[in-house]
Write a protein that binds this ligand. Structure first.
Ligand code: 0O2
Length: 234
C-alpha cells in the first residue's frame, strides 16, 4: 500500500466500527489483494521447501516423512478481527508487522520423530529464520492439543524485489491432526449446551491421551520393523 493510503486508513481508525473497517478493506481492495498475494507466495515458497525435504529425506530407502501438507492464507475478516482484538490499527503495515499467522502451513507426518527430523532440516535452511518455537508435543495444551509450532521469516521474490514474510508452520502427526480437527469443531461450535461442551472436552482430553499412546506404539512398531529388516539384510 502507498504511504498515502496507509495514512488514510490509520487516520480514520478511531472513528470506524468493525463493519466499516471491513467495508473499507473490501472497497480499497487493490493493496489488500497485493498483501494477500504476498502471503500466498510465502505459503508456496514454504510448501515447496517441505516438498523438497520430503523427497530428499526419503532417499536411501527411507519412508517419506511427510504424509500431507495443508495451507491457508487467513481471510480478511479474520485478519481485521485479530487486529481489533490486539487493539492494533487496521492497516496493512500493522498486519505485516504484528500478525505472524496470516500465512499458515500445516505439515502432517506419520511419526513423531519425523516431525522433529523435518523441522530440523527446514530450520537449518539459510533463508529460514526462526522467530518463535512452541513445542506443544513436549508440553501439550490443557485441552490436550499437541503440535510443534514454528513462526518463521522467509523471503519471497516479487516484481518489486525481495520481501521478508512471516509464516506460521504447524507440524504434527496424523493422530494429532485427526484429534485437532475434531476438537476445533467443538471449539468453534456456537450455541452448544455448556454442560455437553464440558463433557465432550473431557472425552476429547481422554482421546488426546490415547493418541499419545498410539503415536508411541506406532513409532515403536516401525522401529522394530526397521531393525528386523536391517537384521535380515546382514
Ligand atoms: P484457527 O482457526 O485454527 O486459525 P494467537 O497466535 O495469538 O492466535 P497463541 O495462543 O499465541 O494465539 O497461538 P498458538 O498457541 O500458537 O495457537 C495458534 C493456533 O494453533 C490456533 O489458531 C489453532 O490453529 C492451533 N491451536 C492452538 N491451540 C489449540 C487447541 O487447543 N485446539 C485446536 N484444535 N487447535 C489449537 P487459531 O487462530 O486460534 O485458530
Amino acid at each position: 500500500m502507498s504511504d498515502g493510503k496507509e495514512n488514510e486508513l490509520a487516520q480514520t481508525n478511531e472513528k470506524m466500527s468493525t463493519e466499516q473497517y471491513l467495508k473499507q478493506f473490501h472497497t480499497d481492495f487493490d493493496p489488500v489483494y497485493s498483501m494477500l498475494t504476498d502471503y500466498q507466495c510465502a505459503v508456496m515458497e514454504v510448501e515447496t521447501k517441505f516438498r523438497i525435504l520430503n523427497n530428499r529425506l526419503s532417499i536411501n530407502g527411507e519412508h517419506n516423512p511427510i504424509e500431507s501438507i495443508k495451507s491457508r492464507v487467513k481471510e480478511i475478516d479474520s485478519i481485521v478481527r485479530k487486529l481489533e482484538k490486539h487493539h492494533l490499527p487496521i492497516t496493512i503495515e500493522a498486519v505485516e508487522e504484528n500478525l505472524k499467522d496470516v500465512a499458515g502451513v500445516r505439515v502432517i507426518c506419520s511419526f513423531v520423530d519425523d516431525v522433529y527430523r523435518v523441522a530440523d532440516s527446514f530450520l537449518a535452511q539459510e533463508d529460514v529464520t526462526l522467530i518463535e518455537r512452541k513445542d506443544y508435543i513436549k508440553n501439550p495444551k490443557p485441552s490436550g492439543y499437541r503440535s510443534l509450532h514454528l513462526i518463521i521469516r522467509t523471503p519471497i521474490y516479487t516484481e518489486n524485489g525481495k520481501k521478508d514474510m512471516f509464516v506460521e508452520v504447524q507440524m504434527r502427526t496424523i493422530a494429532m491432526d485427526f484429534w485437532a480437527s475434531l476438537e476445533h469443531k467443538l471449539r468453534y461450535k456456537k450455541n452448544i449446551n455448556p454442560e455437553i461442551a464440558e463433557q465432550l472436552a473431557k472425552e476429547l482430553k481422554a482421546c488426546a491421551e490415547e493418541s499419545v499412546r498410539l503415536d508411541e506404539k506406532m513409532l515403536e512398531i516401525r522401529n522394530r520393523i526397521s531393525a528386523d529388516a536391517a537384521g535380515s539384510q546382514s
